[in-house]
Design a protein around this ligand. Structure first.
Ligand SMILES: NC(=O)C1=CN([C@@H]2O[C@H](COP(=O)(O)OP(=O)(O)OC[C@H]3O[C@@H](n4cnc5c(N)ncnc54)[C@H](O)[C@@H]3O)[C@@H](O)[C@H]2O)C=CC1
Ligand SMILES: O=C(O)CCC(=O)C(=O)O
Length: 537
């Protein structure tokens, strides 16, 4: 049974999949203080939050078995993603589920600004009938500058076009071609300042976007520009905005998100030309059901099938890439595990080479799996796909990934080399069409070994009788040999044997093998995810 804690206001209808699932126990506890949350978090496997709960490093320290933090929404500013990554905790969100709600709120804010609806409402409900004070402006034929043409920016542009607005879009990822497809004009920030009557921001808050709209920028805008922020507090610098509103450079501002929340900047909150809402962009029945449903289904998938769709701290791969990489995932971990057992010590340098078709893919997922395989030898369960690279960095191990389209004799081939000073261990593997995974290189030797649970790697002198002697020792101890591969650099020189065994070699057998004349090195290899033969009795 997995325990899921929900600490913010999340739709019960959206959580239905989790409530109905026999393997999940969902508990809703809102209004907890950070201290109270810290005490209870140790009992939970997953935590679902909106933007209120602060998921800090201090909280995560106490999260003994937490595997997933799910943000029922887009922005993860309230989650210390770096601390979660360090602890191997997956952070997921629900991108797209509240896009329409946020786009519609932006339109509502823009229309409210244009027609001063909140102010007119306040005046009228107070008993006045002032038809002259609230003359507005039209959106029709006005220019709207959209900063951030992602999901929400794109939806806003569609709606604003229907109002007859001309759209200027700025986004580092916006191409001319996409702008043409959307029927908008790709523009720079300065071009937006020069001609926009309304400017709306739809970016995340990053070091580049913090204070993007500041005093300098406002000085370049058209006098009487109207601004909207339904993205993140701080993209429009609040102090600069108040100065712009006071001087009249800014005719009006509609703000849903603030530098600190709950909002406290009274000058802005009570400004006669400002319209403010308490971070309501995603607050529709539909969006709240959708975000809760998306994270619930993803949590079930993660715990039940280990499939991840919307991770913040894991590489995102398309379904097509995932399908292509799938056969290599187990093999990657096996290569990592075998290489560290061959090296025997912790590596100080790691090199991963991808050849052929594999080199054309985004193989960050395979790289993480290999690193997880290597590190799990010394760090056991504390390493996972989320924190593998972080832990490697922590250990000061340098690693290098090289991709080469050359085939190396196989359609796809990966080779891992671990270094420890002058020592190194090499393991290469491939997937043979119709035959599955194969280890095809161990150190400097070509082999052809199906990765099995129990394996034995022996380096010896190429002299008569070695194979027979090893076979006899194992036979005397009732250890069946599954397969045996031999290889040599040159006749009478150095040689290797790689055996797959049907059971584990115990201490006594190991001692006998190690003491055998002519053996240079004996290494027992064990793959937790390798095949174990089943006997019919
Ligand atoms: N007020 C609310 O309740 C809600 C707020 N949001 C916020 O709205 C924002 C946008 O969300 P989505 O459209 O879903 O995200 P998205 O990821 O689809 O789009 C963000 C876009 O911003 C662009 N961008 C990043 N840095 C930029 C820069 N320096 N200049 C220009 N563009 C830049 C990115 O290239 C991307 O296209 C996020 O901050 C999100 O947290 C989202 C939902 C509800
Ligand atoms: O959960 C909410 O209401 C806030 C939504 C939001 O800001 C986001 O999804 O980024």
């Amino acid at each position: 049974m997995y325990n899921v804690l929900v600490t913010d206001s999340i739709s019960d209808t959206g959580l239905k999949a989790l409530y109905d699932h026999p393997n999940f126990n969902v508990e809703k506890k809102s209004g907890l203080s950070p201290e109270e949350l810290k005490v209870i978090i140790k009992d939970y496997d997953a935590l679902i939050v909106r933007s209120q709960t602060q998921v800090t490093e201090d909280l995560l320290v106490s999260a003994e078995k937490l595997r997933v933090v799910a943000r029922a929404g887009v922005g993860v500013d309230n989650i210390d993603v770096a601390a979660a990554t360090k602890k191997g905790i997956l952070v997921i969100n629900a991108p797209g589920a509240n896009t329409i709600a946020a786009a519609e709120h932006t339109m509502a804010m823009m229309l409210s600004l244009a027609r001063r609806i909140p102010h007119a409402h306040m005046s009228t409900s107070a008993g006045n009938w002032d038809r002259n004070a609230f003359k507005g402006v039209e959106l029709y034929e006005k220019t709207l500058g959209i900063v951030g043409m992602g999901k929400i920016g794109a939806e806003v542009s569609k709606r604003a076009k229907k109002f007859g607005m001309k759209i200027l879009g700025f986004d580092p990822y916006l191409t001319e071609e996409r702008a043409n497809q959307m029927g908008i004009t790709k523009a720079t920030l300065d071009e937006i300042a020069e001609s926009a009557d309304f400017i709306t921001v739809h970016t995340p808050l990053t070091k580049d976007t913090k204070g993007l709209i500041n005093d300098d920028y406002l000085a370049k805008t058209k006098k009487g520009v109207r601004l909207i922020n339904c993205a993140r507090g701080g993209i429009i610098d609040e102090a600069a905005l108040v100065r712009g509103l006071n001087s009249g450079q800014v005719a009006g501002a509609a703000i849903d998100v603030f530098e600190t929340e709950p909002a406290s900047n009274q000058e802005l909150l009570s400004h006669p030309n400002a319209i403010v809402t308490p971070h309501l962009g995603a607050s529709t029945v539909e969006a709240q059901e959708k975000v809760a449903q998306e994270v619930s289904e993803e949590i079930i998938d993660i715990f039940e099938t280990e499939s991840i769709r919307h991770a913040i701290n894991m590489p995102q791969v398309s379904g097509e890439t995932q399908k292509k990489l799938q056969p290599f995932i187990d093999l990657s971990e096996q290569i990592g595990i075998l290489s560290i057992q061959l090296l025997k010590y912790a590596p100080d340098k790691i090199e991963i080479n991808y050849y052929g078709d594999l080199a054309k893919e985004d193989n960050d997922l395979l790289t993480r799996t290999i690193i997880k395989g290597i590190l799990s030898h010394h760090l056991s369960d504390s390493v996972n796909m989320v924190n593998a690279l972080h832990l490697l960095n922590d250990q000061g191990v340098s690693f290098n990934v090289i991709k080469s389209p050359a085939s190396k004799g196989f359609a796809s081939y990966m080779e891992l080399t671990l270094y420890n000073g002058n020592d190194k261990a090499i393991v290469g593997g491939t997937i043979l069409n119709g035959y599955g995974a194969r280890i095809v290189k161990m150190n400097e030797y070509r082999v052809d070994v199906r990765p099995e649970r129990y394996m034995l790697y022996i380096e010896h002198h190429d002299v008569p009788g070695m194979i027979g002697s090893v076979g006899s020792i194992l036979g005397n101890h009732h250890i069946n040999i599954g397969t045996m591969q031999v290889g040599r650099a040159e006749a009478g020189g150095d040689a290797i044997m790689v055996l797959t065994l049907d059971k584990k070699v115990d201490e006594e057998v190991a001692k006998e093998l190690v003491e055998m004349d002519g053996l240079k090195a004996v290494q027992f290899l064990e793959l937790p995810n390798g095949n174990v033969p089943v006997y019919n009795s």
